[in-house]
Design a protein around this ligand. Sequence first.
Ligand code: ZN
Length: 241
Amino acid sequence: MDFLIVDRYRVPVRNSRTNQQRSQVAITRSGIRLRISKYLSKSQKEETINNLLRWAEQTLRNGDIAYAEQWLPPTNSEIQLTILGTPWKLTVLPSLSTDKARISIFRQSSQTLIVQIPAQFNRNQMNRALSSYFIPIFYDQVWQILQNLNNRFTKAPLGNLNLRYTTSRWGSCSSLGNISLSSRLLLAPLPILEAVMVHELVHLEIKNHSLDFHKRVEEFLPEIKQQEHWLQMHGPNLNFC
Ligand SMILES: [Zn+2]
């Protein structure tokens, strides 16, 4: 199979022949699909493929590349991350292991990591692996921030904190007073993490999203609207890689 490389994505290209006069290109979840008219000469065919691929590349660049993604691991490059305000440097290298699922993470110095990833690793796998690495390092700090906010504002019967990698929700809470937060919030500025925490802490008292609920949150965090807006705008970019 052929691939079109767009930024850090390897987009699969499938090529087939059609009986129609017109050639077509479509961008689907599994990549780019070309249907080339069988009435074209060899050189016409080449030119058509080039034109259609150029159109597809432009469209993917302007839109959602991830839609047709086969992510290209950032091997032999460096990733800079700011986690709870501290800068981390990750040097990404190809894995030496033959195990296709095995990622290795070594701590080179206090905030410098060597990350060895298998060639077939996808973005989701790498995000989850990095999240699993960082959660134990930052758990106590996050727990402390949550407890401080609860002592200062809500004084709710707080259970446990659960930090995990999620893509659908930033936070949730249970009837036992347990609060779950997305580990992706570690990559957000502190006020944003605190805003999600206060939202969940107030839920321990008021379950729904009523007017009372929002008033209560705003009482504690007058800037909550801006913080929620920030999360809407920048939340999708909060990723480990
Ligand atoms: Zn809520």
